[in-house]
Ligand binder design. Sequence first.
Ligand code: KMH
Ligand code: ZN
Length: 309
Amino acid sequence: MKKTIITCAITGAIHTPTMSDALPYRPEDIAQQAIDAAKAGAAILHLHARNPKDGRPSVDPAHFAEFLPIIKAETDAVINITTGGSVTMGIEERLAPAAATSPEMCSMNMGSLNFATHPLADRYDTFKFDWEEPHLRASEGAIFRNTFADMRMVAETMGGSPHNTKFEHECYEVGHLYNLAFCMKKGMFKAPLFLQFVMGILGGISAEIDNMVFMKRTADRLFGDDYQWSVIGAGGQQMKMAAVAAQMGGHVRVGLEDSLFIERGKLATSNAQQVEKVKSILMEQGNQIASPDEARAMLGLKGLGQVAF
Ligand code: KMH
Ligand code: ZN
């Protein structure tokens, strides 16, 4: 039976420091949580940076440079750098961290959507930092823009020489699979593909098992055998979607980027805690966990020796 790859997304750009003291934003905290997540069983670390002073999402390559070498010195995990940044950022700035670091993997958002986090703002009376509430509320009027031209720019910048970086194709709804099929016809990506079904974002498909089956069947039809898939159940659906995906032959993504919780109503204390929990659920149901090198072989990655950090 195929082994299951655990990706851990350490900090992201959805949540803000007020929401959880466990959400890392200083480089030393991002590095330590990433290292602990890898030691707990994550083969892939999906990474964003934040401004170390106030936790604001950052795509400044200098902020990535503060934690990437520390992580690389302590783990052999696959590093996956975001090209999503934060919803209101432009594609050129979102590409800068991946282009500067030439990672084994980077994210690739497969279509535009309303990526709405404004309802989260209503849950808090006060915020730790001034930027948090306006940032969340701005998402009500924003579009997370990923046009075909944007996707082509990410593909052309990162996919070929000199980077040869593999994509985590983030698909927030079934239409995004058809966008990817179109791009495949145009020769933009090489198999094996790595699809991330992102479920439970307001603006995308909801985190329900029926929807996951629909996404998987559609991907089977469009991409045959030559793809791997993984699931994000955003918010409270994280562990349930992961457990079912692994039983269906999929891989899983956890981490504080996608959910701050360890169980209903209880905040996670760290990324590693979520990795430990998902690993124990998967092992209990008979799945085996892929090491970083096993993930590299399954996804056809270039290798840790080929990165620029
Ligand atoms: N935060 C996830 C829902 C990216 O980094 O490119 C989507 C994501 C986007 O991970
Ligand atoms: Zn991300």
